[in-house]
Design a binder for this molecule. Structure first.
Ligand code: HEC
Length: 124
């Protein structure tokens, strides 16, 4: 198992040059097929699984490069839910997925400076 992971990482490193330019369009299809059942994968909209972060916010949590590495190693960062499938992607699929994810990231909203209240209102 470990050898398989290591060799797939090695192949990823070999291939990363060739596939450095992923296709965001193909990546979107990968996300649609594999991730959209739980995650919001577009620039707008809520995740179907409310615990799953919207993909456009992932870069606010950690550098996307970290995610790329994790995908290449066959590890899905943070997915500890028992119903969570383990994804194994080919290097070119990872490049595509990353290209798509990079294309949809939004910056974190700046913290409101002049709001003394810390409790957000839940009632409209
Ligand atoms: C069965 C539902 C489900 C599917 C399918 C799914 N996810 Fe998730 N994902 C979650 C949930 C729930 C969380 C938040 C809780 C957690 O981290 O386990 C999450 C969290 C994440 C995180 C953030 C982890 C962190 O450390 O903050 C990333 C990145 C992620 N998913 C990527 C993906 C990608 C890429 C796919 C498709 C290839 C995918 N997920 C498919 C349910 C899912």
């Amino acid at each position: 198992m470990r050898a398989i992971l290591l060799s797939s990482l090695f192949l990823t490193l070999l291939a990363s040059e060739a596939y450095a330019q992923g296709s965001a369009q193909r990546g979107q299809r990968i996300a649609q097929r594999n991730c959209a059942v739980c995650h919001a994968i577009a620039r707008t909209g809520e995740s179907a699984n409310l615990q799953a972060p919207a993909f456009r916010t992932l870069a606010q949590r950690y550098p996307l490069d970290d995610l790329e590495e994790a995908l290449a190693e066959g590890i899905m960062v943070g997915h500890e839910a028992p119903d969570m499938p383990l994804f194994e992607f080919q290097p070119n699929q990872i490049a595509d997925l990353m290209a798509y994810l990079r294309s949809i990231q939004v910056k974190a909203k700046p913290e409101p400076k002049s709001e003394p209240k810390s409790e957000p209102k839940t009632q409209p």
